[in-house]
Ligand binder design. Sequence first.
Ligand code: ADP
Length: 452
Amino acid sequence: MFKKILIANRGEIALRIINACRELGIKTVAVYSEADKDSLHVKFADECICIGPPPAYKSYLHIPSIIAAAEITGADAIHPGYGFLAENAHFADVCKSCGITFIGPEPEHIRLMGDKAIARSTVMKKNIPIVPGSEGEASDIDEIKKLASQMGYPVILKASAGGGGKGMRVVWSENDLQNQFEMAKTEAKSAFGNDAIYMEKYIENPRHIEFQIVADRHGNVIHLGERECSIQRNHQKIIEEAPSSILTDSLRKEMGQAAKRAASAIGYSSLGTVEFLLDRKGNFYFMEMNTRIQVEHTVTEGVTDIDLVKLQIEVAAGEKLNIRQRDVKISGHAIECRINAEDPLTFMPSPGRIDVFHTPGGPGVRIDTAAYAGYVVPPYYDSMIAKVIAHGRDRKEAIVRMKRALEMFLIEGVKTNIPLHLSILEDEGFLKGDINTHFMEEFFEKNEVSDS
Ligand code: ADP
């Protein structure tokens, strides 16, 4: 097992990793930017090193500073968290060449799954259904036109290097194709430095269902059930839950096996998430595989009682999985609300000093946060300041617990999206579990969200 792990991240996920390391008896090193000197991850890690000025490209994304920090402190592994360098294959390569374990998959697996067009063709060969579309990158407009008219509109153009919902364009008719194609390319180039685009059939009103898998270095792969992530705004998740109220046992089994096949197909080892779209007829399609710990891993922890970060560290250290598929039991229901420091009406980030910060508790409520009263939310990074996770014996109880937790979560000084969450929790469709990835658009058409 590792003796010391450097955490190349900040905020709640850095604290989450510190929790896991403390339980495993591993020392931790926090790295931080000048904007984060008063952060809790700096306070609670065993050692800390400032790695640069506030902008992420000068600190949390600056590979030489992070590697230097690991070498100075003698860390034998680096946990990248999510975002920043978590899916950067070059960083994983650099760690390897410096003799430091990257807590994640092999660089070639990050590379393969990071190129979504290549990932599609890889899993397709393993009999995993993919959304119909281009085979690999789509570069020739005439070919795209031909394929789109064969498949029928609408289609969606997506960036091969995509993430965070960027570089995606839905095209409703041939008249728009060329224009949207140029725009998708420009957007992809500026967001990812890579303008490769691929095309998929646009599935109307699907559900986003993803499976958590974990694979060790000895060929064992299990899945830990699914997460329903259909409540999204601009293709970004807002609320996640487990299990999904739409899956039957047999569909769960089928999708779980497909997720495991996707990982086995490439000899993957680490935690991973296989994302699917599920259409209204119950057909599912592979969308992509994420090779990191995800924000919403907490709902899986809620229903399986398995600590995913500890598991991730253990398999990275070469340990064999000590859980078999049949040992994985899903118990009750868990929901996560992402609390962002943002205006609930305009969605503009709301950085600044938090004057009052009272977190709720009680049965079935978990709060993952790095914020506190007096903490200043910096303007440089993601606006998520807390995750509230409610667990109950069933979905109804999880929702009731979430509601009372959010009502008793006091945050003053910055604006948050708590009012938005509370009104979603009252929505009739949401309460019935009648949701899809367009839920939020329809929600905004019929509701007015207050800002307090
Ligand atoms: P990213 O990696 O940028 O998050 P994904 O490929 O995971 O992108 O897609 C994000 C979201 O975009 C999905 O959850 C879904 O809501 C929507 N989406 C992606 N592909 C399709 C498609 N073919 N049809 C319909 N919706 C899609």
